[in-house]
Design a protein around this ligand. Sequence first.
Ligand SMILES: C[S@@+](CC[C@H](N)C(=O)[O-])C[C@H]1O[C@@H](n2cnc3c(N)ncnc32)[C@H](O)[C@@H]1O
Length: 342
Amino acid sequence: MSVPCVAVERERGESVRERLADADVLDGDHEIAVDGDTIYIPVVDPEAVPADLDASIVERDAAERDRPLTPAEILGYEPSLERLGDIVILDEDDDGRAREIADAVMASDVPCETVLNRASPIEGELRVRRWDVLAGTDTETVHREYGHEFLLDVAEVYFSPRLATERHRVIEQVDAGESVVDMFAGVGPYAVPMAARGADVVACDLNERAVEYLRENAARNGVADRVTAVAGDVRDLVGGGGGDAVDYADAVDDADAADRLVMNLPHSADEFLDTAVALAGEECVLHYYDIQHEDDPFGPGTRAIRAAAGDEYAVDVETERVVKSYAPHEYNVCLDVRLTRA
Ligand SMILES: C[S@@+](CC[C@H](N)C(=O)[O-])C[C@H]1O[C@@H](n2cnc3c(N)ncnc32)[C@H](O)[C@@H]1O
């Protein structure tokens, strides 16, 4: 049967396949084929193939795949689950149903070592969640996102695979040579790919375990020389916090002059806007994450940024983006804002 396929040189096959998987366009019902130096990867929607892949799309005969056994086939219903490396994550209130799904996942062909169910909301300053371990034991895994790999332990650090597309949107704006400060960096899903694009990144997090993973992830992805990981309160980067001040000049070459700031701490980023303004250079793009009511999702963030910038910076809101629904009538949003010194 003839199906649309992305055709690329063999040596790029795996990286292109990963990008197509991240973009959710892989056609799992048909076999990938190799012919000479070209690999043909079946896709479900040619229009949704990322334009920057630099690959042609052709119609081609492809053999049907023997379908792997899915949890849905075992259960008779489609369970809601999320994959993080070789961990499967459930969000079930009913313990019996969670157990039933975990058993089906382990009996299926899903490559999985551990099944976890959410046991608490994301909590505390470090934004970590508690888990019920339903199968396996290991909460540490390697997760792949847009060609980069991240080692992390979900029991010790924050990480959400659902934000992959949003992170990629922001990361793609980065140019080589920029100075970036990722103020709430976690295990590095912004910092590492930004450094891979040639930016010099200072990445800060209060969670010491997250910073250990961040250093490891910078090394794994070959960008350790462009990532300076700092464990502590980001306010101390400018000496404004209560702890030992970290000399910002030690952390970035171009002292107190960030070209880009990432503020991914949606519930309380407004409390850190004075720090952001102190870190900004002559011209600086701020990616400000927030959680707000649907009636005015961008207003509170915009007003808070203008208040913090005062007369020091002109504030130009370049993008207002709803990232995802957070709760009934509440959105997780991002403002991309350009600060230009007045
Ligand atoms: C929502 S998570 C985002 C992590 C990462 N950007 C990501 O996308 O996975 C927020 C992070 O901010 C860190 N954090 C909270 N308060 C902080 C502070 N005052 N200074 C630095 N990091 C902080 C937490 O430990 C947590 O890892």
